[in-house]
Design a protein around this ligand. Sequence first.
Ligand code: AMP
Length: 541
Amino acid sequence: MLVLMQDWPLLCHRVIDHAATHHANRMVVSRSVEGPTHTTNYAGIRARALKVAQRLDRDGIRLGDRVATLAWNTWRHLEAWYGIMGVGAIYHTVNPRLFADQIVWIINHAEDRIVLTDLTFVPLLEKLADKLPTVERYIVLTDAAHMPPTALRNAVAYETWIAEADGDFAWKSFDENTAAGMCYTSGTTGNPKGVVYSHRSNILLALTANEPDAFGLSSRDIVMPVVPLFHANGWSIAFSAPIAGASLVMPGMKLDGASIHEMLTAYRVSCTAAVPTIWLMLLQHLEATGGALPYLKRVVIGGSACPRAMAQKFENIYGVQVIHAWGMTEMSPLGSLCTLKPEYASLTGDAKLDVLVKQGHPPFMIEMKIEDDAGRRLPWDGKSSGRLMVRGPTVARAYYKDDSDILDAEGFFDTGDVATMDPYGYMQITDRSKDVIKSGGEWISSIELENLAVGHPKVAEAAVIGVRHPKWDERPLLVLVMKKGESIGKNDILDYMRGKVANWWIPDDVVFVDEIPHTATGKIQKTTLRERFKDYRLPTA
Ligand code: AMP
């Protein structure tokens, strides 16, 4: 029997239509790159997104064309996303923190026809433009008054460009499986890989993100995505907030503790999301100034593991619910979120923190399994750790212009993470498969040791890598950055860690550094650290 329901393709521009119709006045406030705060609402975003679409159409941008953005989270970036998708083109978020060569490689690989850029990145693009033959035009996300003189091809100020359109334009229509967006993995080895999201996958993921056991957004929420739109599809917030009718606070380019605190407080943000590095800066700022978080209800922490001390401070000192989340660019990106099921809901104190530092349980539409190296499924006992595999309609099945088969026989994608699953279905990442330390044939979780070390009040950041050892193959080396003005003896930190993990996990040595290198998305760059310490002689060797 054929279905008698309406055929209503899940197209992303319907999201902004909905928000502009039913939540028209909900504010979208941004810290502009030029400086002042800018306020608009969903009706305003939609009206100007239509102008973007009209203007792109006039510039000859067609279904399937790629339009890059190198931009911070602001209202203009949001309008651009919806405008690009509304003509059936593909927003391609480029992470400006990547190496210049990677940016060139990515833009050429995607064959972007237009680049929309913030003022911040004009000097960078001027250096790279000669190597970007596919780019026909650069649109600078600013107004005529702030437009710098530039030799970038066909450069125009965004405000001048959209002022040439009246917005009397109808979104294009197409199949919901049409590509809507594109994001490259930061690829620590080899070239970055392009992940392509569809209109359908974006909307399915946004609906997931809004579930009560996920971000739980509603029209009463004021959401600040500190996570940039260029990091893993902006964690879906550009779609989930307008679907829910939640207000948006866009922090722009100032992501230090004081600036984030100012936005959280001034706009009474109720829910926010970012990587742990950002929250570390905020917590340090709060500790230094005695500040509070009176309005914030939920903080989403993902991209790297949430340290226990961070969860403890948000929950117990500032009264903010921690939602630890895990995902990947390849997963649009949400894979799991840690909210408390009834089995855990009554926990308090340390027992509760033990759960909150897990990466959580997958929402509907994500299937998970863990496997050993021989491909056998491992039990969900909270102890057996193995390769984490995922499947679902918001998970990539292939990379852009790449024939390699990335799914197993059952259609699961290998995340490259190593994890345990507990009897209630809570997943906990123990490591990246490349980072796990193999000592005497057993595995040591670098993440667990790092989280333990940053729990020490004098430690600012910690990384643990495996260093060659003649007897054990590899042994852990703890790399520490101390908080300003603090110092500590090697044995002090090791003694602090003792008793909290198995004795044979305790690192063989400690080194102090001024800075730990990070990837373009704020993760610890283990490859660089391993290279730097590849000839390190452990005292136990
Ligand atoms: P990306 O595609 O840049 O978001 O990177 C995805 C990878 O980041 C995952 O495969 C994990 O290794 C790591 N990751 C993301 N979230 C978490 C988390 N909450 N805890 C530990 N690792 C995480």
